[in-house]
Write a protein that binds this ligand. Structure first.
Ligand code: MOS
Length: 724
């Protein structure tokens, strides 16, 4: 659908509702426990039974036999779908290993059976009676020993693979850094597990589930089960965290659908926590080598970033190089990204896939270079700022970029001038203290997004779109957008999300959701305004909509007088952005104290100064950024999926063993948004921030630890056993 914005439309430059801090409209539902999550959709499917997934006990090999007799005879058991009696299913464009394995096992805890019973306890108990015998074979589980020989991948970053003559320029550089950093496998560790209630009605399948991308989920289920898309309905109005782990349907949805078919009953599966870490996806570990050469004045002349990661296929790994061409200039460059085939569980998107791990290496290497140059690390970054065009890509314009302002303003507000550049010199009683800085970049993508708006006879507007709210505030910014465009108070707008029977939105991923989904809602609202104008006979594009009325040339109309109306709209800003590189930028600062005797690290202050266009809702945007900062601090200090290299699984596969920060680990955090506008990205000139927040702060914490103690740890997480 073509959408033409009203000429001269500057609605959002004089916005009253968009851009204002607005508490989440779904907040009361969330804090009163009345927002129904997937496993709590009581009553959506009558006569619903319970499913329990059995995960493979080996990482690689074959299932020799499964003895199902005892389980089938167990109390309450209705049906068992087992790998030995079923073809493998569950590979689509959106995942790399079959979600239901068949006899061939491709990773640990891959689903090999589902037991359906009258009660949850009966399903769990019967699953324990299944006797499975395997022929286990050895696999590749160690990135470090598998990385050599991995072919060069063609994915992102390779456009800038070679520019100038890196080797010669690096050899000739008077000051250089050549260091290798490692980041571990990490888990999304979201609070709400994968969960689905599946129900068949003849050929129609409904999935009440927890999913970030409704349309992808619908497509994937149709292709996995070999059925037409129009027979699949996905409904996911509330999501208890995803972080990329719920971009794609997973085994809960597939096994619930298969279990429901076999049992001829609706089936609910809430995946048991110990299965989440090896059955779901994770952020893959990386090994990153950074070589940076500079003149004595700090100007970078050569920069190379090589990244190794792995995956169950060599299609896509964790590409840590993505931010490097976007942040720093330098005439001679080398970017390489290699992916080893490993037999660990599937690696896939986790919050800022690529950049989150990449900053942990690049931004520490920059700190190391600054020290060798005896130069302030803020000034080093500013001197080498890649503004204007992307290095190696002179035809692409950068739409709007204020990284230098982020760094300068951050340094000023953080009290950076008080930092002692000599590490290990600042002492406060038993604590060694230090400060660190990092730059942050994350792409600002947008994608096509559609919405429908309905006006009732009393002028109330209801928005319907399959956009999701993964805890990010989508409900609220969509309500703000519709209220602003229609000239209504927020209370006169109802937002309905997450249902595949609604128009297809951008969904929530890649921090594209905020800018894209609101653009689609804006398009639908502009179309509704035009329908109202036609009904009441005025030029809607020229009129001013406020207080439930439209006003033009001293005339005024009550919009509700147009009667019940429904308008669809869709925005695709992809074409408009052609020739532009759209990114979001941040300056990140952190202060830590390290116990001089025990080595315990506390983060004491964190600040992010963000450049992300117009901020649609500063309150919910701040929550996104500080959430990212918490996750980044976790990546630096504690997060680590420990690989058992003999048997090929993540050992610490529960929330007790996989450490994430708690409140006591995180100080008061500050987040400041620059008053920037990016005309290229959306009608609101807004960009997303959900992933920007995790790009950089982890390196700022690592640099602060070095500044405090004078020991550089290049193997994440930076735990005290590595620096004591
Ligand atoms: Mo994000 S990792 O695209 O949910």
């Amino acid at each position: 659908m073509e959408f033409n914005a009203p000429a001269g439309q500057n609605l959002f430059d004089r916005a009253k509702i968009v851009g204002k801090s607005t508490p989440r409209i779904d907040g009361p539902l969330k804090v009163t426990g009345t927002a129904p999550y997937a496993a709590e959709r009581h009553g959506v499917a009558a006569n619903q039974a319970y499913g329990w997934i059995v995960g493979s006990a080996i990482a690689k090999g074959r299932i020799r036999s499964m003895d199902l007799d005892a389980a089938r005879r167990a109390p309450g058991v209705i049906a068992i779908v087992a790998a030995t009696e079923h073809e493998p299913v569950g590979t689509s464009d959106y995942n790399y290993a079959p979600l239901f394995g068949g006899n061939e096992v491709s990773h640990y805890h891959q689903a090999i059976a589902v037991v359906v019973a009258e009660t949850f306890e009966q399903a769990r108990s019967a699953a324990g009676l299944i006797g499975t015998e395997y022929d286990r074979v050895d696999g590749s589980f160690d990135l470090a020993s598998s990385k050599d020989g991995a072919p060069l991948a063609s994915e992102g970053g390779s456009d800038f693979a070679k520019l100038g003559k890196f080797e010669e320029a690096f050899a000739a550089a008077p000051v250089k850094v050549d260091e290798t950093y490692t980041t571990p496998d990490e888990s999304h560790a979201m609070m709400e597990p994968f969960a689905t209630i599946a129900a068949w009605d003849g050929p129609d399948l409904t999935l009440w589930t927890s999913n970030q991308m409704i349309h992808w989920g619908k497509q994937a289920m149709a292709s996995i089960l070999g059925m037409p898309e129009e027979n699949v309905r996905v409904d996911s109005p509330f999501i208890g965290g995803g972080f990329g782990g719920k971009l794609f349907v997973r085994a809960d949805a597939v096994m619930a659908a298969l279990g429901a078919k076999a049992a001829n009953r609706p089936v609910k599966i809430a995946m048991q926590r110990p299965l989440m870490f090896n059955n779901g996806t994770h952020r893959h570990a990386t090994i990153q080598r950074l070589r940076i050469g500079a003149e004595r004045d700090g100007r970078i002349t050569a920069i190379a970033h090589q990244n190794w990661s792995g995956n169950i296929t060599q299609k896509e790994g964790e590409n840590g190089t993505l931010q490097t061409p976007k942040l720093y200039a330098g005439a001679n460059r080398l970017i390489e990204n290699r992916i080893a085939q490993l037999d660990l569980p599937e690696g896939n998107a986790m919050r800022a896939p690529g950049e989150a791990a990449g900053h942990l290496a690049l931004e520490v290497a920059m700190d190391e270079l600054a020290e060798k140059l005896a130069m302030d690390p803020v000034e080093l970054r500013i001197l080498n700022d890649a503004s204007g065009t992307v290095p190696g890509d002179p035809d692409t314009k950068i739409s709007d970029r204020h990284l230098v302002r982020c760094l300068r303003e951050g340094a000023e507000r953080f009290g950076w001038s008080k930092r002692n550049a000599v590490p290990g010199q600042q002492r406060d009683g038993r604590w060694l203290t230090g400060m660190g800085v990092a730059a942050g970049y994350r792409a600002g993508p947008t994608t096509k997004s559609a919405a429908r708006v309905r006006m009732s006879a009393d002028g109330h507007v209801t928005v319907e779109t399959d956009m999701t709210d993964i805890g990010t505030g989508s409900y609220t910014i969509i309500a703000q957008t519709a209220a602003e465009t229609m000239g209504l108070p927020l209370e006169s707008v109802t937002v309905k999300l997450g249902d595949s029977s609604f128009p297809v939105s951008s969904g929530s991923g890649g921090q594209w959701g905020a800018a894209s989904s609101t653009a689609g809602v804006y398009a639908a609202c502009v179309n509704l305004r035009r329908m109202i104008g036609e009904k009441l006979n005025f030029d809607a594009d020229a009129a001013n909509f406020a207080d439930g009325r439209a006003t033009l040339d001293n005339q005024s109309w009550r919009i509700a007088d147009a009667g019940e109306l429904t308008a669809d709209g869709e925005m695709n800003y992809g074409d408009f952005k052609d020739g532009y590189d759209v990114g979001t930028y941040a300056g990140h600062f952190a202060e830590v104290r390290v116990d001089a005797y025990t080595g315990e690290t506390h983060v004491t202050r964190m600040l992010a100064v963000c450049d992300a266009g117009r901020i649609l809702n500063p309150l919910s945007a701040r929550s996104q950024v500080i959430g990212g900062m918490v996750m980044a601090a976790g990546a630096t200090l504690m997060e680590d999926l420990h690989v058992d290299k003999r048997f090929g699984f993540f050992v610490n596969h529960d929330l007790a063993g996989y450490e994430v920060p708690v409140h006591a680990d995180i100080p008061h955090q500050e987040c400041i948004f620059l008053d920037t506008l990016d005309p290229v990205i959306s009608p609101m000139k807004a960009k997303g921030v959900g992933e920007l927040g995790i790009c950089g702060p982890g390196a700022a914490v690592a640099n602060a630890i070095y500044n405090a103690i004078g020991v550089r740890v290049r193997e994440y997480p930076v735990t005290l056993d590595k620096y004591l």
